[in-house]
Design a protein around this ligand. Structure first.
Ligand code: CMC
Length: 433
């Protein structure tokens, strides 16, 4: 850990005994109290389910200011990256810490492009799944199975093997996601093409068929690239923390990323993009919005406004701002006028932001609110929304994994608990219960 310690300490008092706890000053964000020695010194644990006040690691990759609605990758604001950069340049930035020179970017793009094919034998894995399997289920299985094929990049103690695994994962994830899609619609797999850029290649693998030529629309590949960029990393979110925790035991990178994909699938996390479009379509017309807002506010109804709210952002999610603009552009460029789902989304956003319930709780649209509208316009089925999130987030998982393994203080993640179960008792034979 970089030395960020201060002379400041926090004092905790328990039963008249005081404990001084060291404090750290981050380059941005709130100060941090170090409780690592607390149990050894005071014999108590801290309690923080959901990690609402706990920094699980130190990191130099991504910073979010939730009150300002700001997201920085290695210091660069996401709107600048989404507007001026492109996904593979952002991948380089996240992985290596600095924007690349022309030569560095050329080499990196070349490496990623030349790792996009998967081992031919892996095609058989897909055929083991039912055709109606959710593509996320297929991805969890196939990405985990990469450990069985790429033995030469599973030694986590070797920096070069770690780098090869990183490149393989970033390069092969679009191929795997596209194959999961092709399998689900009963079409032949389409091999990657090295003359296309990352996003265009992904669209080609998803939508081309052998029977006729498919030319990727540059408008759509730009929008796809932006979606990947907006999802690239988001500091210690649930799936990234899952990857870090899995990796802390020394598990291989493919197993760790498969764990991240599994976590991302949930509707409170990456699964929200699919759930959000389903919700917008269920609402259907603006006149039904008040009914759904009432349900979202009703504590006896489990319904939540999908694509709304965030653990860290207490202001507009900056990714949602770019996504909203992108949705307008894509629909406009595709000549889709008066898209009813977009109309419902805009009106829902307006009414929610005027409603005290959402204002008081600082609930704003998040990245998932508008992404589904763009993906649907591109002809993706809803089941592909979360796999696309996984493709974009792979670089974030990998960068955080790499950072963690490079930290000499890295140790197995092992939370403690507030135990509320039975105390010790004797086993009772079945006939005496
Ligand atoms: N609709 C209605 N009420 C909500 C919502 C929502 N979407 N989100 C939070 N609330 C309410 C919640 O009921 C609680 O109210 P009260 O204080 O009266 O009990 C308050 O706001 C705080 O909610 P919380 O559940 O304590 O907040 P959290 O930080 O644990 O949850 C969240 C964050 C993202 C899981 C949650 O806002 C949510 O479920 N949103 C919908 C799902 C979603 O869009 N997820 C995508 C997140 S961004 C992309 C990603 O991470 O993958």
């Amino acid at each position: 850990m970089a030395d960020s310690s201060t002379s400041k300490t926090a004092t905790l008092s328990i039963d008249g005994q005081s404990y001084d706890l060291p404090m750290y000053t981050p380059t941005a964000g709130p100060e941090v109290v170090d409780i690592r020695k607390l149990y050894a010194q005071a014999g108590v644990f801290t309690y923080d389910p959901g990690y609402t006040s706990t920094a699980s690691c130190d990191s130099t990759i991504t910073f979010i200011d939730g009150d300002k609605g700001e997201l920085l990758h290695r210091g660069y604001p996401i709107d600048q990256l989404a507007g001026n950069s492109h996904y593979l340049e952002v991948c380089y930035l996240l992985l290596y810490g600095e924007l690349p020179t022309t030569k560095q970017l050329e080499n990196f793009e070349n490496t990623i492009t030349r790792h996009t094919m998967i081992h031919e034998q892996m095609h058989n894995f897909f055929r083991g799944f039912r055709r109606d399997a959710h593509p996320m289920a297929t991805m969890v299985g196939v990405v985990g199975a990469m450990s069985a094929f790429y033995h030469d990049s599973t030694n986590i103690h070797d920096a070069r093997e770690r780098e090869i695994a990183s490149h393989r994962l970033i390069a092969k994830m679009p191929t795997i996601a596209a194959m999961a899609y092709k399998y689900s619609v009963g079409q032949p797999f389409v091999y990657p093409r090295n003359d296309l850029d990352y996003a265009a290649n992904f669209l080609h693998m998803c939508f081309a068929v052998p029977a006729e030529e498919y030319v990727v629309d540059p408008i759509l590949s730009r929008a796809m690239d932006r979606i990947f960029t907006l999802h690239a990393d988001h500091e210690q979110n649930a799936s990234t923390s899952t990857v870090r925790l899995a990796s802390s035991s020394g598990a291989n990178p493919f197993a760790c990323i498969a764990a991240g994909i599994a976590c991302l699938w949930g509707p409170a996390h990456g699964g929200a993009n699919q759930a959000c479009l389903q919700m917008l379509q269920e609402i259907g017309t603006p006149d039904r919005i008040p009914e759904f807002l009432a349900r979202a506010k009703d504590k006896d109804d489990p319904f939540r406004l999908m694509g709304f709210g965030h653990r860290v952002y207490k202001n507009f999610d900056p990714r949602a701002k770019v996504m909203k603009q992108s949705a307008d552009e894509v629909l406009d460029l595709l000549g889709i006028e008066d898209n009813p789902t977009l109309q419902v989304a805009k009106e829902l956003e307006k009414q929610a932001l005027d409603d005290d319930y959402f204002v008081d709780r600082k609930l704003f649209p998040n990245v998932d609110f508008y992404s589904g509208i763009i993906l649907e316009a591109m002809q993706f089925p809803m089941s592909m929304f979360t796999p696309i999130f996984a493709v974009g987030r792979t670089v974030g998982w990998i960068s955080q994994w790499k950072e963690m393994l490079g930290d000499p203080q890295n140790k197995i993640g092992r939370p403690r608990q507030l135990y509320l179960g039975s105390t010790k008792r004797d086993y009772v034979d079945i006939e005496n219960r």
